[in-house]
Ligand binder design. Structure first.
Ligand code: ADP
Ligand code: MG
Length: 343
């Protein structure tokens, strides 16, 4: 019998594992201003800051090629990285693309993937400057690294929210998750009867939210134009609940979010109903919306309150007040690491 302790990955979870590993990481370069723990690392390079972030997409885990066009996948792989640069209030400049391929893929298929990658590069004005290509025995793995710049005066972290700040979110939430349900259902219908054409026209918005998300660089530009620097920011990759908890735990604050203020598109609403899902739960726990969740000082909120695509959803509180949701029914529910469950 070995007495070496074996801890299952699921006991720690993704964030627990990252915390445990990062505790042993020592920073030896003074230029490493921020290492593990935010949307991107922040490195000092002359007067500017360099931002670095990386995200990996794995077939069967993050995407299903049964309903994900390769072109969209390429676009999304770039967009989700640009989103992390946006979440630092930065400007993306370069990306690298690494992929592991099985011989199931043709050259033409990979060219299609690259069409999406290059379209995103053009949209977000970033240069593809390198990568790595290797073989895989289990499908497609795509890893994109994005590099960007920010200045010391304007970079925005997760850990700097303060009580009384207004909590804002861009766009609307829950759509990407609902879109995934639509795609999964259509795939089942298709598998049962390959002659059936997918019926997606009335679900165009939510399906697009899942397959081709956009990084909200437009919001970053609008905030700059309005002269507003958020006090904290994160992008919504895992769902509003998880991202709010990141901001609050790192900032040492509490928060209250009003269910009635959480922006949900009408198509997300009726599609959620159709799947007997609660739209608020989709917004809180669904993820992949790639909107920006940020906090601003109350006086700065005045400058953006008329922005059509920014919603104020709550207020940062003292840590002792906790992190909770005020529901439409007037109840308060704590928002927890496990996400929030509708009762
Ligand atoms: P995001 O959702 O913004 O991409 P993650 O939740 O993936 O961020 O990661 C949180 C932090 O942990 C980031 O700073 C990221 O760089 C870091 N991180 C994730 N995985 C690892 C790893 N295997 N080794 C070191 N740092 C990691
Ligand atoms: Mg992020």
């Amino acid at each position: 019998m070995s007495d070496i302790k074996r801890t299952e990955l699921k006991e720690l979870g993704e964030f627990g594992l990252i915390d445990r590993l990062s505790n042993k990481v020592k920073i030896t370069n003074a230029s490493t201003l921020k290492g593990i723990g935010d949307d991107a690392a922040v490195l000092e390079s002359g007067d500017l800051l360099t931002l670095v972030t990386t995200d990996m997409l794995v077939e069967g885990v993050h995407f299903d090629l049964g309903f994900t066009p390769l072109k969209h996948l390429g676009y999304k792989a770039v967009a989700v990285n640009v989103s992390d640069i946006a979440a630092m209030n930065g400007t993306p400049t370069q990306i690298t693309v690494s992929m592991a391929l099985s011989n199931r893929f043709s050259v033409e298929a990979i060219e299609e993937l690259y069409e999406g990658i290059l379209q995103a590069c053009e949209n977000y004005k970033v240069d593809l400057v390198g990568g790595d290509t290797t073989s895989s025995v289990s499908g497609l793995i795509l890893s994109v690294t994005a590099i960007g710049t920010a200045t010391k005066d304007t970079v925005v972290y997760r850990h700097t929210a303060a009580p009384k700040d207004i909590i804002c979110v861009s766009g609307d939430l829950g759509g990407a998750y609902v879109g995934l349900q639509v795609l999964a259902r259509e795939k089942q219908v298709y598998l049962a009867n390959p002659d059936m054409q997918p019926e997606l026209s009335e679900r165009e918005y939510v399906v697009r939210r899942q397959l081709k998300p956009e990084a909200r660089m437009d919001i970053i530009h609008d905030l700059r134009e309005a002269g507003v620097i958020p006090t904290s920011m994160i992008d919504v990759s895992d769902g509003l609940a998880s991202e709010l908890l990141h901001i609050c735990t790192r900032s040492g604050t509490g928060a209250v979010v009003l269910e009635s203020k959480i922006p949900v598109d009408s198509e997300t609403g009726f599609t959620a109903d159709e799947f007997k899902l609660d739209a608020t739960t989709c917004a809180l726990n669904g993820g992949e919306d790639y909107e920006l969740l940020f906090t601003v000082r109350p006086e700065d909120y005045e400058k953006i309150k008329n922005h059509a695509d920014i919603s104020a959803i709550g207020v940062v509180k003292e840590k002792k007040d906790g992190i909770f949701l005020l529901t439409n029914a007037g109840n308060t529910h704590p928002i927890t690491a496990q996400g929030w469950v509708h009762f």
